[in-house]
Design a protein around this ligand. Structure first.
Ligand SMILES: [Fe+2]
Length: 266
């Protein structure tokens, strides 16, 4: 379970990092399975071949194993029991989601999103971060590192507090139906990325819990290791119904009392 301070932090910043949660065996298995079907010239045992971008002739639009540029998203494993059970159904994860969304109020994920990789960028000039928000209707997202991610190693980047602004920039409470209020904030965040965004990193088994209305990106990978993370999400059971509503004045209205009643401004 999360402490009051942690929930307060989640409300204020929109994310929370919990370290060493997921079992090392799970992480090792995910790292291993990532190599099921690599681009032919990228060899597991030769890190010098890991530098992106993926060769144009080795790109793949197959959603089960998407490979393009520096992105390699392996989803064929997404519905296998071990990959769901070790993360989405992990007792700690379940207790956190129960605590935040309420028991029985969310859908148990039938799949994780996949094992998401970011290849090393090699010796390139560093580029600014560019934020986006996702189109899906999920409420809480999880990024679980399954391999060591060093600072600047392609970690998940977030704009703390952005959920509290972007909540009000969609006509729908959970679908992304952007209003004119979105663009000026997006521009502000992109222009100020050096101070307004943070980048997460860590060890296998570390999890980033994040509010799905946050500005984020998979940041560039300036290290020599491939960034590998398993992503999953939780959504309200009645999200279709809730999506018909406009954003609530109190953005935590649908969440549990434990969340709603905490003052996030302290
Ligand atoms: Fe995204």
């Amino acid at each position: 379970m999360l402490t009051e301070e942690e929930i307060r932090q989640f409300k204020r910043d929109g994310y929370l990092i919990k370290r060493g949660i997921i079992e090392p065996e799970y992480c090792a298995r995910a790292c291993n399975r990532f190599w099921d079907d690599p681009p032919p010239s990228i060899k597991e045992d030769d890190p010098s071949t890991w530098i992106g971008p993926i060769k144009p002739e080795e790109e793949s639009d197959d959603p089960d194993n998407f490979k393009k540029g520096y992105r390699w998203q392996y989803r064929k494993v997404s519905t296998e029991p071990w990959i769901r059970e070790g993360l989405s159904f992990h007792p700690f994860v379940q207790s956190v989601v129960n605590q935040l969304l309420g028991e029985g109020r969310f859908t148990q994920p039938e799949r994780v999103r996949g094992i998401y990789g970011t290849l090393p960028y090699g010796d390139v000039e560093r580029t600014p971060r560019h934020m986006h928000i996702d189109a899906g209707q999920a409420t809480i997202g999880l990024v679980c590192y399954v391999d060591r991610v060093e600072p600047n190693g392609g970690g998940f980047a977030l704009w703390p507090g952005s959920h509290r602004r972007f909540w009000y920039t969609s006509r729908s409470r959970y679908r992304r139906e952007l209003t004119d209020a979105f663009e000026p904030i997006r521009k502000e965040y992109d222009d100020t990325w050096e101070t307004s965004s943070i980048q997460t990193y860590g060890d296998p088994g570390d999890i980033v819990f994040w509010h799905r209305r946050m500005a984020h990106m998979a940041s560039p990978n300036y290290t020599s290791n491939i960034r590998k993370a398993v992503l999953t999400d939780f959504s309200w059971k009645n999200v279709e119904e809730l999506g018909e509503l406009p954003p609530s004045k109190d953005m935590w209205e649908d969440w549990t009392e434990a969340v709603r009643d905490l003052d996030d401004q302290q």
